[in-house]
Design a protein around this ligand. Structure first.
Ligand SMILES: *Cc1c(COP(=O)(O)O)cnc(C)c1O
Length: 414
């Protein structure tokens, strides 16, 4: 099969492994479990180590099955290079380990995945400083930038309150200031949105979520989109400046963030994620349609105090979401009116499962303040717009009528 450049999103993923030829005519890249890779000529081993020719050395730095997944994610994000990690947090941690030094400054959206928020607190304790801003307005980001700001970090649709960052204008600002712009694309996935289109230099995906899609494997990725000029980044070590500047960032992250900290993705998980990714577009179409239908049902119910979903006209960033994203995502959250016990409500649901993952094929539901945002305390929750009664729903691919019926029934009290 000869490579053609203009296949659609799903066709590209389905046939990507075969483009490079696979032994025995396998249609999937096999699960290679070998830790070490041997060479008949010892000189070749040396030149692979020195980066003079491509090849695998040791499983922590690279593996053929993982590399096949990296290639797919890279095509999805239309990137220059992609690295995979054991988890989404492994990928975000590698940014901090690989790129920041003491004295550096980071501007981060305050509407963040809970563990990313906790990680930035760690960074702050280790000598870099972090300012959290309301990233739905670029003016707040601009006001926080200092001479030593190295990174601006945002999520596309924030989990769990679904605020949409001012993605395009923040991209323009970072471009003007020469600051690395990092976008966590987990909530939108490359099927709904390409952060490269708004100037993001690095893209994070928690592959655990919608890309893998079945809640059976953890993984994360970082994609260099090619949009950032690494010659403007002061923290690249001389050692990693040997290749063209487009390679500097990913080379340093591979060495400092992946190799030295070791959050490497295992080949079995890479295989599960790659198989899941084949149906990403189909699943996203279904979950996004289900999420919109459920958001509309909840919004029209008098027992519901508030619904947060970018697909609703009442959502403050509905216009930006409509402009930038193919659909509005599969995550929504809502608050029940005072007097309705949220645990009793959750216990009445028969299909939606109380569980903390998201982007699964099944609908998962969680009371946010009591679980995933419990550790940060009431004050920080309030500053992030997290009401104590907030319930997050990660909408699955169930038949729409069954899903709506489950929620309608639980609201009725049946
Ligand atoms: C889940 C998630 C992560 C972390 O991914 P893990 O694979 O669970 O480590 C990062 N960012 C967002 C937006 C997420 O939802």
């Amino acid at each position: 099969m000869t490579e053609k450049k203009n296949y659609g999103f799903t066709t590209t993923i389905l046939h990507n492994d075969r483009q490079k030829g696979i032994e025995h005519g396998s249609l999937h890249k096999p699960i290679h479990t070998s830790v070490a890779f041997g060479y008949a000529d010892a000189r070749q081993l040396a030149s692979v180590f020195q980066g003079k020719e491509p090849g695998f050395r040791y499983g922590r730095q690279g593996n053929p099955t993982v590399s096949a997944l990296e290639d797919k994610v890279n095509k999805m994000e239309q990137g220059v290079a992609t690295l995979c990690f054991a988890t989404g947090m492994g990928a975000i941690g590698a940014v901090f380990q690989g790129l920041l030094r003491a004295g550096d400054h980071v501007v981060s959206s305050s509407f963040l995945f809970g563990n990313t928020n906790s990680l930035w607190q760690t960074v702050a304790g280790q000598g870099a400083s972090v300012d959290f801003v309301d990233a739905t307005d670029v003016a707040n980001v601009a006001a926080a930038i200092k001479p030593d700001t190295r990174i601006v970090f945002v999520e596309t649709i924030a989990n769990p309150r679904t605020q949409v960052a001012d993605l395009k204008r923040i991209g323009q600002l970072c471009q003007e200031r020469g600051i690395l712009y990092i976008v966590d694309n987990t909530m939108t996935t490359p099927y709904l949105f390409l952060p490269k289109s708004v100037g993001a230099g690095l893209v994070v995906n928690a592959l655990t979520k919608s890309i893998g899609g079945h809640g059976n494997a953890l993984g994360g990725s970082l994609t260099d989109t090619g949009a950032y000029d690494w010659t403007r980044f002061p923290n690249i070590y001389e050692n990693y400046k040997k290749a063209a500047p487009a390679q500097w960032g990913i080379t340093q992250i591979r060495a400092k963030g992946l190799r030295d900290f070791g959050a490497s993705l295992g080949p079995e998980a890479a295989h599960h994620i790659a198989v899941g990714a084949e149906t990403l577009a189909l699943r996203m179409e279904r979950t996004c349609a289900n999420a919109l239908a459920l958001a509309e049902l909840l919004e029209s119910d008098e027992r519901v105090a508030a619904v947060y979903y970018p697909g609703l006209k009442s959502h403050p960033q509905h216009a930006i979401s409509s402009e930038l994203f193919r659909r509005h995502g599969s995550l929504l959250s809502f608050e029940l009116k005072d007097g309705i016990d949220c645990f009793d409500f959750l216990n009445r649901l028969k299909l939606a499962v109380p569980a903390s993952n998201l982007g699964d094929t099944r609908t998962l539901i969680i009371p946010v303040a009591h679980t995933i945002f419990f550790e940060m305390g009431a004050e920080r929750r309030a500053s992030m717009g997290i009401a104590e009664s907030l319930i997050r729903v990660s909408v699955g691919i169930e038949d729409t009528a069954d899903l709506l019926d489950d929620f309608a029934c639980a609201l009725e009290g049946c």
